[in-house]
Design a protein around this ligand. Structure first.
Ligand code: ADP
Length: 470
C-alpha cells in the first residue's frame, strides 16, 4: 500500500516538485529561444530582400519615379522583397507600395539615415501579422527607405505548435520523473523494509537472532550493525537478568528448605523443650540470613533499575576509616586475628555517600575476617596521590586462585559455596561493593595469591578532582 508519509512517496514528491520549476523554466526558455532564432532567420531574409530592392533602384537610378513605379507595378515577377515592400523618400512620402503590402498593416518605418542599422519589428495588433524590416540607403544622392515584410502566420503557427508540444510534454515528463523517484525510493527503501521485517521477527524467545548486514559499506550497513550491537547488549542483559533470577531463586530455596526441614523434623513427634528451642534457633538463624539475602537482592535490583542513586556529599574518608578500624579490630579480635590500621588523622576529603561507602568497607573487612584463619592478620591502609585516595584491605587469608580473580565481583560467585554459606555469606557483597565504588567515581581491584592472602584496593577521587570532573 502506498502511504502518503512513506519515504518512498516523499522521494517521488520531491522529485516532482524539484523537477517542475526546472522543466517550466526550460520550456519557457526554449520557447523564447525558438522564437528568437525564427526572428533571426526572418530578419536575415528581410535584409536580403531590402538589398534586392536597393539593387533594383541602383540599376535604374536615372529613371523618373513614375517610370519606376510603372515598371515595378507591371513586373510582378520581379524577385523584389517577396512582393511585400514599400519605398519612402527622405521626407517620408510613399514612393512605391507593392500591391500585396497594401493589404497588410505595414506602418511607416520612421525616419532613419543611410548607414544606420536596419530596423526590424512586428506589425501592430490589427490585420495579418507581418515582420517588417526597414533600411535607408542613398541612391544618386537621394535618400530612400526600403521597407520589406514577411507574413508571420506560418511562424506563429509553428510557435503555437511548439507551445502545445511543451504543454503536453511537461506533465508527461513530470509524471515520468515522479514515477522514477517512486521506483528509486522503493529500491532504496527495500533494505530498510527488510531490516524492519527482520527486527520485527526478533523477540524475547529468539534474542540470539541478528539482522543480516548488507554488503555495501553504507548507512544501512551501519544501521544494521548498530541494531545488532544493541541486540547484543539486550541479549546479554536479558541473560544476566535470567541468570540473576535463577541464582536468586536458588539462593532463596536453600535457607527455606532448611527452615522447612527443621520445622517438619521437630513436628514429626513429641519433642523436648530443648529440642524445640534448638529448632527455633536454627529457623531464626536461617530467617535472618534469608532476610539479609533479600535485602541485598533488593539493593541490587534497585541499582539495576537505576532507582537507587547515591547521594554524594563531601566527606572525610580518614574519619570514616578510623571508625571502621575500631569495629574491624573488635571483629578480628573475636577470631584472634591481628588487625592493624595505617591511617592518617589528617582529613581526606572525598565526594561519597557516607552509609554506602561504610557498607563497602564493612563488606571488605568482614570478608577479610571470614576468609582469614585464626592467628592471621589484617591491615587497613590509607594512602594518597595527587588525585586519588587509596584504601587497601589486606589479609593473610585463604587467598583466591588467579583464574577466579576476574569473577570475584560477579553476583553470587563464591570460591566455595558451602563454606561461604556456612559463614553467612550471600555471594553478593563484592558485587554490591563494586557498584557503590563505581557510582562514587572510583575503582575497586583485587590482588590475591592462593594460600597467601588477598589485597582489595578501593581508589576514590579526592574532592578537588571529583568536583573538577563534575
Ligand atoms: P560472600 O558473601 O560469599 O563473602 P562476596 O561477594 O563478599 O560474597 O565474596 C565473593 C567470594 O569472594 C567469596 O565467597 C570468597 O570466595 C571470595 N572472597 C571475598 N573476599 C575474600 C578474601 N578476603 N579472601 C579470600 N576470598 C575472598
Amino acid at each position: 500500500m502506498i502511504h502518503v508519509f512513506s519515504i518512498r512517496f516523499r522521494i517521488a514528491a520531491w522529485y516532482f516538485l524539484s523537477a517542475a520549476p526546472i522543466l517550466i523554466v526550460l520550456a519557457v526558455g526554449s520557447w523564447f529561444a525558438m522564437r528568437a532564432s525564427m526572428y533571426q532567420g526572418i530578419d536575415e531574409e528581410l535584409f536580403r530582400r531590402t538589398l534586392g530592392v536597393e539593387q533594383f533602384f541602383q540599376t535604374r537610378g536615372d529613371n523618373s519615379i513614375p517610370e519606376l513605379q510603372r515598371e515595378l507595378t507591371n513586373g510582378p515577377d520581379l524577385p523584389l522583397g517577396g512582393g511585400l515592400f514599400q519605398v519612402f523618400d527622405a521626407e517620408g512620402s510613399l514612393l512605391f507600395e507593392s500591391p500585396a503590402i497594401a493589404r497588410h498593416n505595414a506602418s511607416h518605418p520612421g525616419r532613419h539615415s543611410p548607414g544606420e542599422k536596419p530596423v526590424y519589428r512586428n506589425s501592430g495588433p490589427s490585420g495579418p501579422r507581418v515582420r517588417l524590416g526597414a533600411r535607408s540607403t542613398a541612391i544618386n544622392g537621394k535618400v530612400i527607405t526600403i521597407q520589406v515584410a514577411e507574413p508571420l502566420r506560418s511562424f506563429d503557427e509553428s510557435l503555437t505548435d511548439f507551445a502545445h508540444v511543451l504543454y503536453l510534454a511537461i506533465p508527461i515528463l513530470l509524471l515520468a520523473i515522479a514515477a522514477a523517484g517512486f521506483w528509486l525510493g522503493g529500491r532504496a527503501m527495500a533494505p530498510v523494509e527488510r531490516i524492519i521485517l527482520e527486527a520485527n521477527a526478533i523477540g524475547a524467545n529468539n534474542l540470539t537472532a541478528r539482522i543480516s548486514v548488507p554488503k555495501p559499506r553504507d548507512e544501512l550497513r551501519t544501521l544494521s550493525e548498530t541494531l545488532n550491537a544493541m541486540l547484543e547488549r539486550i541479549e546479554s542483559s536479558v541473560n544476566r537478568l535470567g541468570q540473576f533470577t535463577a541464582d536468586a531463586s536458588h539462593e532463596l530455596r536453600a535457607p527455606l528448605t532448611l527452615i522447612q526441614t527443621a520445622a517438619e523434623y521437630t513436628l514429626r513427634r513429641e519433642r523436648s523443650r530443648e529440642e524445640h528451642l534448638e529448632a527455633l534457633r536454627k529457623i531464626l538463624y536461617e530467617t535472618k540470613r534469608t532476610s539479609a539475602l533479600v535485602d541485598r537482592l533488593l539493593e541490587l535490583a534497585r541499582a539495576d533499575s537505576g532507582k537507587s542513586q547515591l547521594h554524594l556529599m563531601p566527606m572525610d574518608l580518614a574519619e570514616l576509616l578510623n571508625e571502621m578500624a575500631e569495629s574491624g579490630a573488635s571483629l578480628a579480635r573475636k577470631k584472634q586475628i591481628q588487625f592493624t590500621a595505617h591511617l592518617d588523622t589528617v582529613p581526606v576529603q572525598i565526594l561519597a555517600d557516607d552509609s554506602s561507602l561504610r557498607e563497602v568497607f564493612i563488606i571488605l573487612i568482614d570478608n577479610a575476617v571470614k576468609y582469614t584463619a585464626r592467628k592471621g592478620s589484617i591491615s587497613l591502609r590509607l594512602s594518597m596521590d595527587a588525585a586519588f585516595a587509596m584504601v587497601e584491605v589486606a589479609d593473610t587469608g585463604v587467598g583466591i586462585v588467579s583464574d577466579d580473580l576476574p569473577r570475584v565481583f560477579d553476583r553470587f560467585w563464591r570460591a566455595d559455596k558451602v563454606r561461604s554459606r556456612e559463614m553467612g555469606g550471600t555471594g553478593l557483597g563484592l558485587s554490591i561493593a563494586k557498584w557503590i565504588v563505581d557510582q562514587s567515581g572510583g575503582v575497586i581491584t583485587v590482588a590475591s595469591e592462593f594460600g597467601v592472602g588477598s589485597n582489595f584496593t578501593v581508589k576514590l577521587p579526592l574532592l578537588s578532582q571529583a568536583s573538577r570532573r563534575n
